[in-house]
Design a protein around this ligand. Structure first.
Ligand code: ATP
Length: 281
């Protein structure tokens, strides 16, 4: 048996630069991991099947699961002849903008590497994982990184200053594809370069003032409750608030633990699903 932790990510920036000929948006984003994890276990089987187990009612247990697809890709690429049972203990909210599925897939690339003693480097796993999804290479490394291209080109960054994060997830699911589809070409100034420098300098105030997500205006237009939650975060003492990924999860950042407790309690009054966690980076 082998175990992997699959942490969720939040976006500190998400710049949409232009739409490419292949249909993807060229993006530039700074992402960082938070201590909200799925826990995965991997066990070799006597047959050649890939079996996904999960107690969570909305986690697909067939080939739609990104962990299934990751295991299948590893088995094909490295000619692995025995199957695997993957158990997913799900804690990351689904379709929330927190890359839960991508985190599980990334953990599966690492897990298969360890289970079958393949001796592959993270760089090799990240490159292979880009075939499955744009957010997976970041999740293979974890930590904090600048992601460019369609999100699959990763430059690892230092750990940001310690901070607390309060996540609020409205009870709606948002399709990343729909949000990108509704994105109008904008003239927004990209923020990821400034964020990268702010992190390199360990400058908390600059990190806060540089938080920016180009998808936010698209999602709040469709889902007013997301706009409301952003307002609640700002009014309840967060130093900065932003939507993560394509949403709908909104997060607020504070420095001190007591501020996070205050923010958490305030947000509990406006949203059913709230988490108080650390920025892991
Ligand atoms: P991103 O931030 O990368 O857009 P997300 O957090 O918005 O991702 P996910 O939680 O990855 O979204 O789920 C999106 C869809 O993917 C779900 O509707 C679900 O059916 C499917 N899915 C596939 N594999 C998984 C998995 N391991 N965990 C959760 N959902 C999965």
């Amino acid at each position: 048996m082998h175990y992997e932790i699959a942490p969720a990510k939040i976006n500190l920036t998400l710049d949409t630069l232009y739409k490419r000929d292949d249909g993807y948006h060229e993006v530039s984003m700074v992402m960082t991991t938070v201590d909200l994890n799925d826990n995965l276990s991997f066990e070799k089987r006597n047959d050649r099947k890939i079996i996904i187990e999960s107690d969570h009612q909305f986690v697909p247990t067939d080939r739609r699961n990104l962990a299934y697809q990751a295991a299948q890709l590893m088995m094909r690429r490295y000619k692995i002849k025995t199957g695997v049972t993957i158990n997913i203990d799900k804690h990351i909210p689904i379709a929330a903008g927190l890359a839960g599925g991508s985190a599980d897939a990334a953990a599966t690339f690492r897990g298969m590497n360890a289970l079958y003693n393949l001796g592959l480097e993270l760089d090799e796993l990240a490159e292979l994982s880009a075939e499955l999804g744009s957010d997976i290479p970041f999740c293979v490394y974890g930590g904090t990184a600048l992601a460019t291209g369609r999100g699959e080109i990763i430059e690892r960054l230092p750990r940001p200053p310690h901070a607390w994060v309060v996540l609020a997830k409205p009870s709606i699911s948002v399709s990343t594809k729909t949000i990108y589809g509704a994105l109008k070409p904008g003239k927004n100034e990209p923020a990821s370069g400034v964020m990268k420098d702010a992190i390199a300098d360990g400058d908390y105030d600059k990190i806060i003032s540089t938080l920016k997500n180009d998808l936010e205006e698209v999602t709040v237009r469709k889902y007013p409750q997301v706009r409301k939650l952003l307002g609640n975060m700002n009014d309840s003492g967060s130093d900065g608030a932003l939507m993560s990924g394509s949403g709908p999860t909104v997060f607020g950042i504070v420095r001190k633990e007591h501020q996070s407790v205050h923010l958490y309690n305030a947000m509990k009054g406006c949203c059913a699903e709230v988490y108080r966690i650390r920025l892991l980076g």
